[in-house]
Design a protein around this ligand. Structure first.
Ligand SMILES: NC(=O)c1ccc[n+]([C@@H]2O[C@H](COP(=O)([O-])OP(=O)(O)OC[C@H]3O[C@@H](n4cnc5c(N)ncnc54)[C@H](O)[C@@H]3O)[C@@H](O)[C@H]2O)c1
Ligand SMILES: [Zn+2]
Length: 356
């Protein structure tokens, strides 16, 4: 096994490590040190379980391991699916010592985390993320939840895991489009808080796209580190944490207008970041650098053709709207983002109209 890196998420008594390495699963990493009781329930899905469930079990020697496999897809991120997890926990006589382990992408992690937060008012939760997006974003920071017919992630809880175990080898089976979608969030960290990391990504984007394992591990580790710092400053998103939503006001509107699933979240974020950078009024050379990097990551930079009023209405529906004003994460410069409800309305309109 190559080098294992550990990053600490500093949240007082809810602090936890993110452990990153190639070959982490399969017995070389002892997950049991984070599991107090004798029982665990692994929550995975029909795509990931056949690939990695047996491998994960090797890290759980000595524990009684039950598992449940959810249907795959964002459409199943519902209270109904969460109930199947709760039913399984009740069925296997789970108690407060039981540990829930999420094995999969962000959908599995978000539902399993919410189930863990609710069962008996909270049981131990462990994240084993297997998509790049989940490894650099959704598994870190403690947001869990499910969708409601009226909106994404409308029902949920802040609930931190005990450990996040990232085996970079799981990315080998990830479809190209999903890998690129994860790279959008990686690029986001560079743009909002770390211009040097952005420059590193520019240097190494080809290696990342071609899945160079050491480079991916470095990019994942730096992304987790940056997210951990922001989350530690503002666990419940009362202020600073909102910068992690850079590009997301546009992205959520694109996803809503196109219908969820048409565009992957990371693809919508890629376009949303370009729009947010333009709305920021930063120099065109920086916007061009951002576009070039996004394109090299295999992601779109041009928004889909959607009516400007429809996009504005979708944005007004976004959770980040406060006091009737749209709020955006904008850039002072590369690596320096801030949240504001003050922006140039004409530029916003022209950006939205440019797509039709
Ligand atoms: N909690 C948070 O802070 C947070 C942050 C960002 C996103 N999210 C949520 O995350 C979800 C998106 O996560 P995602 O992009 O991981 O999507 P996903 O969980 O749907 O995974 C994408 C696809 O890849 C498959 N897959 C997963 N791992 C694989 C592997 N190693 N090999 C092959 N296939 C694999 C999945 O089964 C699925 O078909 C959304 O629901 C979003 O709301 C949450
Ligand atoms: Zn996102």
């Amino acid at each position: 096994m190559s080098a294992v890196r550990t990053i600490k998420v500093d949240l007082g008594e809810r602090s936890y490590p993110i452990v990153i390495g190639s070959g982490l699963l399969g017995g070389s990493f002892d997950l049991t040190e984070y599991i107090a009781g004798p029982d665990c329930l692994v929550v995975s899905n029909e795509t990931v379980a056949p690939l990695y469930l047996e491998t994960l079990k090797a890290c759980l020697a000595g524990k009684t391991v039950e598992s449940i496999s959810l249907p795959d897809g964002e459409v199943h991120k519902t209270t109904d699916t969460m109930h199947t997890i709760l039913d399984k926990l009740v069925e296997c006589g789970a108690n407060r010592d039981t540990t829930v382990i999420a094995l999969g992408g962000g959908v599995v992690g978000d539902i399993a985390g919410f189930a863990a937060a609710c069962y008996m008012r909270g049981v131990t939760f462990i994240q084993v993320p297997t998509t790049l997006l989940a490894q650099v974003d959704s598994s870190v920071g403690g947001k869990t939840g499910v969708n409601h017919a009226r909106g994404k992630n409308l029902v949920g809880a802040f609930y931190q895991p005990k450990v996040v175990a990232i085996d970079t080898d799981t990315l080998v089976t990830l479809p190209d489009r999903e890998l690129s979608a994860g790279l959008a969030e990686v690029i986001k960290y560079g743009v909002i808080v770390d211009a040097d990391f952005f420059a590193w990504l520019e240097e190494n984007i080809e290696a990342l796209v071609s899945r160079d394992s050491a480079m991916l591990a470095t990019a994942i580790a730096r992304s987790c580190e940056l997210k951990a710092v922001v989350v530690a400053e503002d666990e419940r998103e009362s202020g600073r944490r909102a910068i992690l939503n850079f590009g997301h006001t546009f992205a959520h509107a694109i996803e809503r207008c196109m219908g969820y699933g048409e565009w992957l979240h990371g693809e919508a974020v890629a376009v949303g970041m370009v729009m947010a950078a333009k709305l920021s009024g930063i120099d065109s050379a920086t916007v061009n650098r951002l576009c070039a990097l996004i394109e090299k990551a295999g992601l779109p930079v041009v928004p889909p053709s959607v009516d400007a009023d429809k996009m504005l209405a979708a944005m007004a529906n976004d959770k980040k709207v406060m006091d009737n004003a749209l709020r955006f994460v904008l850039l002072r410069s590369l690596g320096d983002a801030f949240v504001t409800s003050s922006y140039d309305d004409d530029v916003l309109r022209s950006l939205l109209s440019a797509s039709t």
